[in-house]
Design a protein around this ligand. Structure first.
Ligand code: HEM
Length: 501
């Protein structure tokens, strides 16, 4: 079967190269499509494109993949041998798919000078501890105030059952606040509220359908013929992003050099406008500016990654706190006593959430040569998936791994001193979980994410009490979409706390 699948892939690969062969393929698929339509209209058992393709042994979008579940092998590969594991499989992102690989974002760009330029720009500007994160404090405070008002207004609406406090749709509230914050750090102040809301809705929808575009990652010409509606949807989503983002990017460009630009914080878009990346032309030292298409892709990546991940983790954390009032009160007491100082238990709660509910469940690497991972030979041209979820729940490393126990990260616990990133190979043993990935491609947003998770959690837990909605169970089952989120969005009965005089 494997040999058959390989030969079909090779055939399809040839098709994608020769127009004459392609037209024969077009004809074959048109006949198949009509046959499927005809059979379906005859009310026979439903035959889908997928079932016909499966029958032919073709799996569009699939690249031969080895899955690694073992945590020791993962640490060895991603941390100790980072050099060999620096590339992702090509064609994963929507921007890259639509541009047939010409336009790259940080997530998809092959390891090399272009990647260095894009990544360094993000880390040394928007995510720089002083130039980026500290200066964004007013944006954060505004987003928190909006979140608190939104939750308070919804909880006053009633409907949560018993003891006051209405049922609050937690994900909706968090989404609005976090997206607003990220839009402000991305485009700068003053973006119209309705436009931010329209961008949020479009981005949310885009992330929902993004996994279905995977079929275009290989043999795109064939896939576009077969999945015409899906392709139209992808192009439409992209046009919509361009219509919304490009005028904001132009506005930032026009204000450069003006007095207003001197007095306000630099946004992510400002840094992209300044950035130069290696030119693909003959001069090896040539540099060029980013194109409109690249900027739209990078902005979409920023808004999607910065919102979706932190949102998912905050929702999971609050769900666990709703189910465990003891942990919730202890956390509240610690945050109030610290008065803005360091909070070890707050960090422990966030770490436990990252271990138990990593929003990105696995990372992928593309192999440019044969490599042995653990006891498995991974051949050149194939893909390796490392399961971050399994590493965080490895019973050999963690006691009762399915349980939510922040104490394990407190002094004396099995997670004390666990590191999310390391400076040298000697420290590799301290990496017992990798929610942000590892090695060269480790998440550049880690500092930004930790800061925001602790900031929002500490505040919403001290301003409100969080309880289950009467008659509704908190469902901890996961939806493995683009990010791993709660299958049923959290609803909680939220009671504003009365401040002691
Ligand atoms: C809880 C929050 C977050 C989690 C759990 C998370 C997780 C991850 C993971 C697992 C990877 C893959 C790493 C690898 O392949 O080794 C990644 C990559 C990436 N993340 Fe995050 N992330 C988070 C927040 C953010 C934020 C706030 C941003 C901001 C834009 C961001 C932007 C990116 C980018 C651009 C990459 C690709 C890096 C590269 O290929 O060089 N992430 N993230």
């Amino acid at each position: 079967m494997h040999a058959l699948r390989n030969s079909v892939w090779k055939a399809a690969f040839c098709m994608s190269l020769h127009p004459s062969v392609l037209s024969v393929a077009t004809l074959i698929f048109a006949v198949l499509r009509n046959l499927v339509r005809h059979l379906n209209s005859c009310k026979l058992p439903v035959i889908t494109k997928e079932s016909v393709l499966r029958l032919l042994g073709v799996r569009l979008g699939d690249i031969p993949t080895t899955v690694i579940l073992d945590s020791a092998a993962t640490v060895d590969a991603l941390v100790r041998r980072a050099d060999a594991f620096s590339d992702r499989p090509a064609g994963g992102g929507a921007t890259t798919i639509i541009s047939s690989g010409r336009l790259q974002i940080i997530t998809t760009v092959p390891y090399g000078p272009h990647w260095v330029a894009l990544r360094r720009n993000l880390s040394s500007e928007a995510f720089h501890p002083v130039r980026g994160l500290a200066r964004a404090a007013p944006h954060r405070a505004r987003a928190l105030a909006a979140l608190v008002d939104d939750i308070a207004a919804r909880s006053a609406g009633g409907g949560g059952g018993g003891g006051g406090g209405g049922a609050v749709p937690v994900r909706e509230c968090l989404y609005a606040a976090l997206f607003g914050l990220n839009a402000a750090t991305c485009f700068g102040d003053g973006v119209d509220g309705e436009l931010v809301e329209a961008m949020r809705a479009a981005q949310q929808e885009f992330l929902r359908i993004l996994p279905s575009f995977r079929v275009f990652a290989t043999f795109q010409k064939v896939a576009r013929l077969l999945y015409r509606d899906r392709w139209k949807q992808l192009v439409h989503s992209r046009r919509r992003q361009e219509e919304m983002y490009l005028p904001l990017i132009r506005a930032r460009q026009e204000r450069r050099g003006t007095a207003a630009a001197m007095t306000t914080t630099t946004s992510y878009v400002d840094t992209l406008l300044d950035l130069e990346v290696p030119d693909e032309g003959d001069d090896p030292r040539g540099r060029r500016k980013l194109s409109d298409g690249e900027m739209v892709g990078l902005v979409s990546e920023y808004l999607g990654a910065a919102t979706g991940t932190v949102l998912a983790l905050l929702e999971w954390t609050l769900a666990n706190l709703v189910l465990r009032p003891g942990i919730q009160s202890r956390l509240r007491r610690e945050v109030e006593a610290a008065g803005g100082g360091a909070c070890a238990y707050l960090r422990a709660v966030v770490m436990e959430s990252l271990r138990r509910h990593p929003p990105v469940p696995s990372v992928q690497r593309h192999m440019s040569r044969d490599v042995v991972v653990g006891s498995t030979l991974v051949t050149r041209g194939t893909q390796v998936n490392f399961s971050l979820e399994e590493i965080g729940r490895d019973g050999k490393v963690w006691t009762s791994p399915e349980e939510f126990i922040p104490d394990r990260f407190m002094p004396g616990g099995e997670g004390e001193g666990v590191r999310l990133t390391i400076g040298s190979n000697k420290e590799a043993a301290k990496v017992k979980m990798m929610p942000f990935g590892a090695g060269r491609r480790i998440c550049p947003g880690m500092g930004y994410a930790m800061l925001h998770m602790e900031y929002f959690l500490a505040n919403v837990i001290t301003v409100f009490e969080w309880h289950p909605v009467e008659g509704e169970a908190v469902d901890l089952r996961a939806d493995h979409g683009f990010f791993t989120t709660m299958l049923r969005p959290l609803r909680a009965r939220v009671v504003p706390r009365v401040k002691k005089a």
